[in-house]
Design a protein around this ligand. Structure first.
Ligand code: AHM
Ligand code: MG
Length: 328
C-alpha cells in the first residue's frame, strides 16, 4: 500500500528529534528515547480508540478516579499502555498520570532517572461513545538531584523541556515542542510512522472565534460575561467540541481563543495544571500565542499538587488580550 504523503523528503518524528537534539553540544540522545516511547504508546492508544466500539471497551468502568470523575475503560487501558512504554525507558525517573493518585517513582537520578513525564492518557474520554476526537497530553520535566521525591515534579510549567499532545481525530496528529517552536506530525497508517507535516507553527491572529462552554454563563464572572456580550456585538463566532485536545488543536491552527474560566461551582476551573494547562500553555506560547489564568501567565504558576486545577484562557495574543480587557 502507498503511504499517504506524496512527499519526496519524508521526515519521521524520530529522525526529526535526533536532528534537533544534535544541535545541542553534549546531547546524549536519551530524550529521543522518551519521545519514541510516547510515539509508540500513542500509536497503540490510537489503535484502541479506533477499535473501541468493536472490542467493546467503550463506557465507564464503574470506578471514580482521584479527580472524582468516572473512569472510562479506555482511560485505564491508555494509562497502562503509557506506563508500560515509558516505564521501560532507563532515563524516565518519574511517571505521573491523571489516572493515578500519586506519581510513580521508577528510578533515582543517580540510577539514570533524569526526566519526569506527566500525562493525561485520554483527555475527553467521556466523548468516546460518540466518536468525537480525543487525545493524549504530555509534559516532560527534568528532575533535579533529589528527583526521587514526589515534590521534585512540582515545578512551574516554564521548566518543561518538552510538551505535546496527540489528537485521535479524523487523522492522528502529534504536536510537539521542545522549546524551539512547534512542529506537527501526522501518523501515516500505512508505514506506521509519524511524519513531519508542518514546522514552526504560528497561531494566526485576527480570528474572531471563542471556544467556551457557554451554557455555564450564569456561573461565570462579570468579566467573562462582559467579554461574551462584547463578542456577540462584534461579529464573533463560537466553536466548542468539549474535548480540550480537539479545541486547542483547532485554536492553534486557526486562531481564536479557548477558555475554561472559573465558575461559581468550580472556582479554580476544571482543567488540571500540570498535565493539561501547562503542556498546552507551552505549545501555545511557542506558537506565538498566550496562555493565562486569573490574569497571570499559566507557565509561572508554582504548583502545590500534582492534580491541581486551574482556569485557562489561551489563544492568539490579540484574542487573549481582548478577553483580558474585560476580565482584569
Ligand atoms: P477529562 O480530563 O475528564 O476528560 O475532562 C477534561 C475535559 C476537556 O477535554 C474539556 O475541555 C473539558 O473537560 C470539557 O468540560 P465541560 O464538559 O465542563 O465543558
Ligand atoms: Mg483530561
Amino acid at each position: 500500500m502507498d503511504h499517504c504523503l506524496a512527499q519526496d523528503n519524508l521526515e519521521s518524528l524520530q529522525s526529526h528529534i535526533l536532528a534537533e537534539e544534535q544541535k545541542f553540544p553534549g546531547a546524549t540522545g536519551e530524550f529521543t528515547w522518551i519521545i519514541s516511547a510516547i510515539s509508540l504508546a500513542t500509536k497503540a492508544i490510537g489503535n484502541k480508540v479506533r477499535c473501541a466500539r468493536i472490542q467493546d471497551v467503550i463506557g465507564e468502568i464503574g470506578n471514580v478516579n482521584v479527580q472524582g470523575e468516572m473512569q472510562q475503560k479506555l482511560d485505564i487501558i491508555s494509562n497502562e499502555i503509557i506506563m508500560h512504554c515509558l516505564g521501560n525507558r532507563d532515563n524516565v525517573g518519574v511517571l505521573a498520570s491523571e489516572e493515578n493518585k500519586t506519581p510513580i517513582l521508577l528510578r533515582r537520578r543517580a540510577e539514570g532517572g533524569r526526566y519526569a513525564v506527566l500525562f493525561d492518557p485520554l483527555d475527553g474520554s467521556s466523548n468516546l461513545d460518540v466518536s468525537v476526537g480525543v487525545g493524549t497530553i504530555f509534559s516532560v520535566l527534568r528532575l533535579s538531584d533529589d528527583g526521587s521525591r514526589e515534590e521534585a515534579i512540582l515545578q512551574e510549567g516554564a521548566n518543561q523541556v518538552a510538551a505535546g499532545y496527540v489528537l485521535y481525530g479524523s487523522s492522528t496528529v502529534l504536536v510537539l515542542t521542545t522549546g524551539n517552536g512547534v512542529d506537527m506530525f501526522v501518523l501515516d497508517q500505512a508505514i506506521g510512522s509519524f511524519v513531519l507535516v508542518a514546522r514552526n507553527l504560528k497561531i494566526p491572529e485576527g480570528n474572531k472565534t471563542y471556544s467556551i462552554n457557554e451554557a455555564y454563563t450564569t456561573r461565570f464572572s462579570d468579566g467573562i460575561r462582559g467579554y461574551l456580550d462584547w463578542a456577540h456585538q462584534n461579529g464573533y463566532s463560537s466553536r466548542y467540541i468539549g474535548s480540550m485536545v480537539a479545541d486547542v488543536h483547532r485554536t492553534l491552527l486557526k486562531g481564536g481563543a479557548f477558555l475554561y474560566p472559573p465558575t461559581t461551582d468550580k472556582p479554580d476551573g476544571k482543567l488540571r495544571l500540570m498535565y493539561e494547562a501547562n503542556p498546552m500553555g507551552m505549545i501555545i506560547e511557542q506558537a506565538g500565542g498566550a496562555a493565562v489564568a486569573k490574569g497571570n501567565r499559566i507557565l509561572d504558576i508554582v504548583p502545590d499538587g500534582l492534580h491541581q486545577r486551574t482556569s485557562v484562557i489561551l489563544g492568539s495574543k490579540d484574542q487573549v488580550d481582548a478577553i483580558l480587557k474585560h476580565t482584569t
